[in-house]
Design a protein around this ligand. Structure first.
Ligand code: AMP
Length: 290
């Protein structure tokens, strides 16, 4: 089956965006937003599919958000491919692509930040202390700009998904958040724009991150002690040449540490590790088939 291509509307000005959305709403449409930083891959495109199932109109935003990168991180070199992205979104029949400029998002007198705690504490925040304030602030702006009924986020960035759910709840934003499963390469490596940084040898080893998550998840399901299960996973990761930031089991909703002998909660295994210059993150549910 061939996909028909229909160029989406590209909006770079807030007035344009709001006029389009208002016209759709007056015609009875529901609106889904998929926030991205571009360099789109099949993981992003799966979010578009979920958005199209949830609502009658789909908006994808592309904005590489400077405030979620620390000065030593990869903002300047983050992969950018507007032309390729727009072609992929046209093939998926996205209705509108919102591409605000940094000056529109952050004028020189910009002075307000959404500072999440709760699920934002620990894990990614240990090594990236300003990350979730950057993410929560830009997403809140995108939500107010587009005013969608639904915004779709990937489970790939699981802590981010839980932080955004909390932000929407705490600020009474009139919309819902839809979490979508992680799309993987054939060896299990979660698709990510940053996988482009891996050299050929690193790419061969990168799938071991998922193998380690599966190992921990299977061991916990089999009734192993958590520390023992995590130890097995750690071995797989270190043997593949990664330098580990964290490998943990957490309450899937709050991301707090599960209490021993507490009433059963859903658990999630989350990992962050460096392979050469590239930092990769991934996670799976403990009850996910391994
Ligand atoms: P990014 O452009 O990396 O900021 O990601 C934009 C959205 O795509 C976020 O909600 C991510 O969680 C989601 N995403 C990134 N990679 C994947 C993947 N492999 N599978 C599913 N969703 C993903």
């Amino acid at each position: 089956m061939t996909e028909t291509t229909q160029a989406p509307v590209i909006a770079t000005q807030l007035d344009d965006l709001r006029t389009r959305v208002r016209v759709w709403r007056e015609a009875g449409a529901t609106i889904a937003l998929v926030p991205t930083m571009g360099a789109l891959h099949d993981g992003h495109l799966s979010l578009v599919r979920h958005a199209k199932e949830a609502c009658t109109r789909t908006v994808v935003s592309i904005f590489v958000n400077p405030t979620q990168f620390a000065p030593n991180e990869d903002f300047a070199t983050y992969p950018r491919d507007d032309e390729g992205d727009l072609a992929k979104l046209a093939a998926k029949q996205v209705d509108l692509v919102w591409m605000p400029t940094p000056a529109l998002m952050y004028p020189p007198d910009f002075a307000t930040t959404v500072e999440p705690r709760g699920a934002a504490q620990g894990l990614e925040s240990e090594t990236r202390p300003h990350f979730f304030a950057g993410v929560a602030t830009v997403c809140t702006k995108l939500f107010v700009q587009v005013a969608p009924d639904v915004a779709v986020f990937g489970e790939k960035d699981y802590q981010q998904l839980q932080v955004i759910r909390q932000t929407v709840r705490d600020l009474d934003l009139p919309m819902s958040i839809l979490g979508a499963p992680t799309i993987r390469e054939s060896d299990g490596l979660a698709m990510s724009s940053r996988n482009a940084y891996l050299d050929a040898d690193e790419r061969k080893r990168a799938g071991q991150l998922y193998a380690a998550l599966q190992k921990v998840s299977a061991a916990v399901r089999a009734g192993d002690d958590h520390d023992k299960a995590l130890g097995q996973g750690r071995k797989v990761i270190e043997r593949a040449g990664f330098k580990l930031d964290y490998l943990v089991l957490r309450d899937a909703r709050t991301l707090s540490e599960p209490r021993a002998k507490a009433e059963p909660v859903s658990l999630r295994v989350l990992v962050a590790a460096h392979l050469g210059k590239t930092r990769l993150i991934d996670n799976i549910a403990v009850d996910e088939a391994g």
